[in-house]
Design a protein around this ligand. Structure first.
Ligand code: FAD
Length: 246
């Protein structure tokens, strides 16, 4: 399969770099085609805006990012750096997002990769979301690191359930656009662990990559669980990371 690793860390000797390298080695060793988008090394521009389109604006009076993205996708005038990432993503069967958790989310450079690459007309459009998302058939997995322990990210931990912390990425970005989202691989506080624990964290990640095909995706409610107002129908118990019955 084709694998795209989008990697966001400014330091090549970081633990995130080590996880990225393990993924490249493990997946290449299994015969997969692996492509890495190293956002810091390539100086990725994280700021979405009018410069993302190379043609004249479809509305010269008022800038709408979604509308201009749509027009640019239709006319082939999306900026070349975005087009290159979209080509990689379009070819990928598996997307790996490799990042340190910064302020309970992805680093800004990766958020900006999503803002610009997941353009309207490429990643979503009217009537194409979740079960009918544009990227149905592709899988994705978050590989992340934290500064604090697994306990702090337990459901009753001070930082809250890691699946709730990652919900914006898992549901808002990946599931929204149709991916099957595999459970994340989180290496908790590698900076405070012993070298032995860090080595185990890397081998756990390699094991996860070797067993992707037998890994159940995370549960997301199917469209049939929702009523016309897009809320869970009465009697459907909420089962996802953050939804709850009220
Ligand atoms: P590094 O510090 O690069 O590495 C950890 C250790 O692993 C180092 O000793 C390194 O030498 C070693 N190492 C590197 N390669 C290998 C290898 N091959 N084998 C074994 N060891 C190796 N944390 C949270 O939990 N929640 C937050 O909201 C949060 N917000 C943050 C916001 C900002 C702006 C910043 C800067 C940090 C934040 N943090 C937060 C902490 C951050 O998540 C962690 O510092 C980060 O995830 C650790 O990963 P790293 O790759 O940077 O580790």
């Amino acid at each position: 399969m084709n694998v795209l690793i989008v990697y966001a860390h400014p330091e090549p000797t970081s633990f995130n770099a080590a996880m990225k390298n393990v993924a490249v080695e493990t997946l290449s060793g299994l015969g997969h085609e692996v492509t890495v988008s190293d956002l810091y090394a390539t100086g990725w521009n994280a700021v979405a805006g009018p410069a993302d389109m190379t043609g004249p604006p479809s509305d010269g009076d008022r800038f709408s990012l979604a509308r201009e993205q749509t027009a640019a996708m239709e006319t082939g005038t999306i900026a070349p750096d975005i087009a290159a990432e979209q080509a990689k993503l379009g070819a990928a069967d598996l997307l790996i997002l490799q990042f340190p958790i910064w302020w309970f989310g992805m680093p800004a450079i990766m958020k900006g990769w999503a803002d610009r690459v997941f353009a309207r007309g490429f990643a979503y459009t009217t009537g194409r979301k979740y079960d009918t998302g544009m990227f149905r058939g592709k899988r994705a997995i978050v590989a992340a690191t934290t500064g604090t322990s697994a306990d702090t990210y337990a459901p009753d931990g001070i930082d809250g359930d890691i699946l709730a912390v990652l919900w914006p990425v898992h549901n808002g970005l990946l599931r929204y656009t149709g991916f099957d989202v595999l459970p994340p691989c989180v290496a908790y506080m590698p900076g405070r662990e012993s070298p032995e624990v860090r080595t185990t964290q890397l081998s756990t990640w390699a094991d996860r990559l070797r067993t992707l095909d037998s890994t159940e995706p995370l549960f997301f409610h199917p469209a049939s669980d929702y009523g016309p107002n897009e809320r869970l129908r009465p009697g459907i118990p909420a089962r996802s990371a953050v939804q709850r019955n009220v």
